[in-house]
Design a protein around this ligand. Structure first.
Ligand code: ADP
Length: 435
């Protein structure tokens, strides 16, 4: 038994002894009992009153009621609990302060939204680049404050699209990338990063490649012309013939690479457009491309099986459509054995897309290369590609043409079995039988 309880029991024993002594001396036993109990209850009530006042005033240790026994124990317990609560509150408040400091120090604009997409909190950078006014806009829907069509798309329920690129509503020279992250029950964290510098660098790189390719073409054409002349010169010693012919071949190869680089930069510059181009008689153009290949293939190395849906026209730039067909057919020829068959099919496909399918039964492509084939200069076997006159840019050009018109390129291949390249154009670019 601890001290407090023994004090309390001593107190009760003292009360009992006092009742007995008073009753014995006065012979008024009942009066003695009632008097003592009234005194005890009054004392307990006084203690309770002091306690209530102390707790009401914040239960500070300095003003704790001066008590003993079980009452002192209660004071101790209350004081300890109170202190623990205070400490916890303090550490929570420190944590909240630290969290706010971290959020403020974030290099990106940050906005916290509740489940109704209303602004709950924003940092200073959000004020600077997104035009959010913390005082004015807290509690307002974010899409009423940042008015951009793309932000509405980002906020739309589905989480598939978690990032968008858009121009800052405050400064039209700034391009931002806005990301959405869900947290807690249904809150959203929006962060916006300034990517203007990255875009400017990309533009510079593209401009550099375009300018360099353009500048290199003229001297290269001259060199190539001289080499061709020398190559055809009968007076050239036979030991030099081989050298000249090789140099001319390399010059032609370089010219092809520069040409493809220029085509790529033009495609990049144009970017996506919903409806750029003119209505093309795709069936006719495809037949022409195949006929051209048949004409230049002196040895008639490959045979073609053609399945073309007449009257299936598309809107596209003619040069781009021809380049796309030439690249896919050219690759099928380059990477399949002489004498093999190449299938070409132009038909309405899945989701009302018009699809050009080019299949060969050539060397095929291992799965690990498939996702990288459309990168610039990506070649599975560089020597092989050079030998067949490849530049490593053909599929990159095809991919850009498809991206620019909202279509897609699908590649299926099996090593030593063959490959199928399928370029599909969106429904809005298709005319079937004139409609
Ligand atoms: P290249 O000018 O080298 O042919 P491409 O961009 O057209 O460049 O193609 C990239 C690479 O993809 C090629 O080097 C080749 O390895 C592979 N490739 C393209 N088409 C085929 C095909 N039909 N069969 C096998 N491999 C192919």
């Amino acid at each position: 038994m601890n001290n407090a309880w023994s004090t309390e029991i001593t107190r009760l024993l003292f009360l009992l002894v006092s009742i007995v002594v008073f009753g014995f001396v006065s012979s008024y036993w009942l009066l003695s009992i009632i008097l003592h109990f009234v005194m005890y209850i009054t004392w307990v009530m006084l203690q309770l009153g002091r306690f209530e006042r102390w707790i009401r005033n914040g239960a500070h240790s300095l003003h704790a009621p001066d008590t003993s026994g079980i009452w002192a124990l209660i004071v101790q317990h209350i004081y300890r609990t109170q202190k623990k609560n205070k400490d916890r509150k303090q550490s929570l408040s420190n944590l909240a302060k630290r969290y706010q400091a971290i959020m403020k120090a974030l290099p990106d604009a940050t906005i916290v939204l509740n489940e109704h997409l209303e602004i709950e909190w924003a940092n200073q950078i959000a004020v600077d680049v997104l035009g959010v006014d913390i005082e004015r806009d807290t509690g307002h829907r974010v899409d009423n404050i940042i008015r951009a069509l793309s932000i509405q798309e980002l906020l739309k329920g589905e989480d598939a699209k978690n990032e968008i690129e858009f121009v800052s509503p405050i400064d039209e020279h700034k391009t931002l990338i806005l990301s959405k992250v869900r947290f807690g029950e249904s809150q959203i964290l929006l962060t916006a990063r300034d990517i203007s510098q990255r875009i400017a660098l990309q533009k510079m790189r593209k401009a550099f490649i375009a300018n360099a390719s353009h500048e290199l073409r003229t001297p290269l054409t001259v060199i190539s012309g001289y080499l061709e002349m020398l190559n055809d010169d009968d007076q050239l010693p036979s030991s030099m013939k081989n050298l000249m012919s090789n140099a001319h071949l390399q010059a032609v190869r370089m010219d092809r690479i520069l040409n493809d680089l220029l085509v790529l930069s033009k495609l990049e510059e144009k970017g996506f457009s919903e409806d750029r181009g003119e209505k093309l008689d795709a069936a006719n153009l495809l037949k022409q491309v195949v006929a051209d290949f048949e004409k230049i293939s002196v040895k008639k190395s490959h045979s073609f099986e053609i399945n073309i849906e007449e009257g299936l026209d598309i809107i596209l730039i003619e040069r781009e459509f021809i380049s796309l067909c030439q690249n896919l057919l050219g690759n099928a020829i380059k990477y399949s054995a002489d004498g093999s068959m190449i299938k070409l099919c132009w038909q309405l496909g899945k989701d009302n897309h018009a699809c050009l399918r080019v299949s060969d039964s050539g060397e095929g492509i291992a799965p690990e290369h498939l996702s990288r084939l459309t990168e610039r200069f990506y070649r599975i076997n560089v020597n092989r590609s050079r030998k067949v006159g490849g530049t490593g840019l053909g599929l990159s050009i095809v991919k850009h043409i498809m991206d620019n018109c909202g279509g897609y390129l699908d590649i299926k291949s099996e090593l030593n079995v063959g490959s199928t390249f399928m370029a599909c154009f969106p429904e809005n670019r298709i005319f079937k039988n004139g409609r």
